[in-house]
Design a protein around this ligand. Structure first.
Ligand SMILES: Cc1cc2nc3c(=O)[nH]c(=O)nc-3n(C[C@H](O)[C@H](O)[C@H](O)COP(=O)(O)OP(=O)(O)OC[C@H]3O[C@@H](n4cnc5c(N)ncnc54)[C@H](O)[C@@H]3O)c2cc1C
Length: 419
């Protein structure tokens, strides 16, 4: 049995930074991690490059029952403080498209290394291969039990176990059970930032096609949201950043039982009218070719056959013979191709969890539980999730830092602060 001031359950992004801020405030701190090593998920973020923040952490990039909850947390540890924190540990950063921030060396491993080094330097105990299965609250302390019946005692506990997304990297939802046992409400979790499944007879033709496009999600024929960027057709449906962004609506409690459609515009840069005009000009210039050949160079070759079939045009028809209805149909298929949405891929493929520990039961300044004094939460475990673009890690850093700081501060006014 070991005694600590602050124990952090979960050695992911939010847990490691919580350990640093707690320890810097002078608290004897430990991180307990169920996997063999801490930070396994961090290594795969941003395709191994770790998109660790965003230049503009606007509130509208965050979602949950009460996204305003993030405000007080980011006021205490904002975007530039996140960058300063990592610069001080040695990470140079660079900004890419849409404000995405990466380490200049393009290595997620570098981010994990500096966090672990700092934990080690500060004397944080890193206790891996230990899964916390029970938290018992005694009068002035917590008793934490592992699945193998080891016991740890601590004055304060911070749960940073993540959600249910990508359980292969450690976050299997066990933190929700721990919070629930202590009386907390869990807002029904569902996968977000995940690929979308489509039902379409031509998926086999389309799989492998990448294209810049505008994707719009409709629920019962009402527009929900539109995103632009590179999409990728796959054997199950569709992927790419705009699709991941739209995925958060698919299992949303208010929408999940509605009929959903994805509308794909392969020429978002021009209007429907200009598309028709472009097709008329094209078929005049290439009037000697069959329609099938005249389409080559306009859209991906693999798309030509299904597009012409859906527009009810014989591919062998000579371009000069196309009538205005056929051109109108073709313009529709290029600018407004409709796909039935059947769901998303599973938790294994999801990057984040929507839902989680209800923020109504957590103090939005200190991240301390309103129900269990001395218990804190941070990261994806809370009912907050962000868009793709570095927002989720930014939330993990900010909330982890703030929770660690408040947990340590509340026990350790007199202890020496470590630099
Ligand atoms: C493939 C992928 C790519 C991503 N890329 C990005 C990106 O580029 N930018 C971005 O902002 N976000 C990205 N994300 C999302 C981001 O990684 C998460 O939002 C963030 O890691 C959440 O941090 P966390 O500390 O709350 O949880 P996690 O990182 O999930 O860490 C939780 C830790 O707790 C441990 N644990 C769980 N239960 C227990 C228990 N009972 N006892 C002990 N330990 C436990 C887990 O093993 C894990 O190590 C990506 C996610 C994935 C899956």
């Amino acid at each position: 049995m070991k005694e600590f001031d602050v124990i952090i359950i979960g050695g992911g992004a939010s847990g490691l930074i919580a350990a640093i801020s707690s320890s810097r405030k002078g608290a004897k701190t430990a991180v307990i991690e169920r996997l063999q090593r801490v930070g396994k998920k961090l290594l795969v973020t941003g395709n191994g490059r770790c998109n660790f923040s965003n230049a503009s952490l606007q509130r509208n990039k965050y979602h949950g029952t009460d996204p305003v909850f993030i405000q007080n947390v980011f006021e205490q540890f904002n975007g530039s403080q996140i960058l300063d924190f990592f610069h001080e540990l040695g990470i140079l950063s660079k900004e890419e498209e849409n404000g995405r921030i990466f380490p200049r060396c393009d290595q997620a491993g570098a981010v994990l290394d500096v966090l672990r080094y700092e934990c080690n330097r500060l004397g944080v105990d890193e206790l891996s291969s230990r899964e916390i299965s029970e938290i018992i609250q005694k009068k002035d302390k917590f008793i934490l039990k592992t699945a193998k019946n080891e016991e740890f005692h601590s004055k304060k506990v911070i749960i940073t176990t993540g959600g249910k997304a990508s359980p292969q990297f450690g976050s299997d939802g066990s933190g929700f059970a721990l919070a629930q046992k202590l009386g907390h409400t869990i807002i029904e979790p569902y996968p977000s930032l995940v690929q979308i499944k489509l039902d379409d007879e031509y998926l086999n033709h389309l799989k492998g096609i990448r294209s810049d496009a505008r994707a719009s999600l409709y629920s019962n024929e009402s527009l929900i949201d539109t995103q632009e960027g590179e999409i990728l057709f796959t054997e199950y449906g569709i992927s790419g950043i705009p699709i991941l962004q739209l995925s958060r609506y698919i299992h949303h409690p208010k929408l999940k039982d509605t009929s959903m459609e994805l509308h794909v515009d392969l020429f978002p840069e021009i209007s429907f009218h200009d598309m028709k005009k472009m097709l008329i000009d094209r078929f005049q210039t290439l009037s000697y070719k069959s329609v099938e050949h005249a389409m080559i160079g306009l859209i991906n070759k693999k798309m030509i056959h299904p597009t012409l079939t859906l527009a009810r045009i014989d591919k062998a028809k000579i371009s000069s013979e196309l009538n205005s209805t056929e051109i109108e149909n073709l313009a529709h298929q290029i600018k407004d191709r409709r796909f039935a949405v059947t769901g998303t891929l599973s938790w294994r493929d999801a990057q984040v969890t929507a839902g989680g520990v209800s923020t109504a039961e957590v103090n939005d300044r200190s991240l301390e539980s309103k129900l269990v004094p001395g218990l804190y939460f941070a990261g994806e475990l809370l009912d907050i999730h962000g868009d793709s673009g570095g927002y989720n890690l930014a939330w993990a850093w900010a909330s982890g830092y703030v929770a660690g700081m408040h947990a340590a501060k509340s026990i350790n006014g007199k202890k020496k602060i470590k630099k």
